[in-house]
Design a protein around this ligand. Structure first.
Ligand code: DAT
Ligand code: MG
Length: 139
């Protein structure tokens, strides 16, 4: 077990639905420590940069429009194997295939409106965390 940090986002659908508090409670109940937390809103160009790895995908435009459509809650989570732990708690990308004990199973609606984001690897977390948080905001 390695102590890791990962980026989590509550996406605009879940913030608008008022699910932020329940999602934070699931995160804390799972034993992940929240070491940074902020509500923000990103511009479309920032969403395009954040999701640049997907720019050739057919859903890229829709994804970036959605992610910049309203407030999001960004957080850094810390714990043993936090990257996989948070991905497991999130559930699969397609919310309709996510189990009832996962965030996407409870609060996501579809493959595109899926409530939360999580870094998928240490290299990704190392880029995504500073995208939202300067080092001095990490506890
Ligand atoms: P994840 O968010 O589980 O890491 P991903 O990195 O493959 O999934 O895709 C990033 C986001 O893009 C995903 O959360 C929602 C959107 N997306 C992925 N596949 C999609 C699809 N087939 N149709 C519409 N949106 C999709
Ligand atoms: Mg991903």
């Amino acid at each position: 077990m390695t102590v890791q940090r990962t980026l989590g986002l509550v996406k605009p659908d879940a913030v608008a639905a008022g699910s932020t508090g329940a999602i934070l409670a699931m995160i804390q109940a799972a034993g992940l420590k929240i070491v940074a937390l902020r509500m923000t809103r990103i511009a479309a160009v920032e969403a395009e940069a954040f999701y640049a790895v997907h720019k050739e995908r057919g859903f890229y435009g829709e994804l970036c429009a959605f992610m910049s459509s309203g407030p999001i809650v960004a957080m850094v989570l810390e714990g043993p194997d936090a990257i996989v732990a948070w991905r497991n708690l999130m559930g699969p990308t397609d919310s309709t295939k996510a189990g009832p004990d996962t965030v996407r199973g409870r609060y996501g609606a579809s493959v595109s409106l899926n409530a939360v984001h999580g870094s998928d690897a240490p290299e990704t977390a190392a880029v995504e965390i500073p995208f939202f948080f300067p080092a001095r905001e990490l506890i």
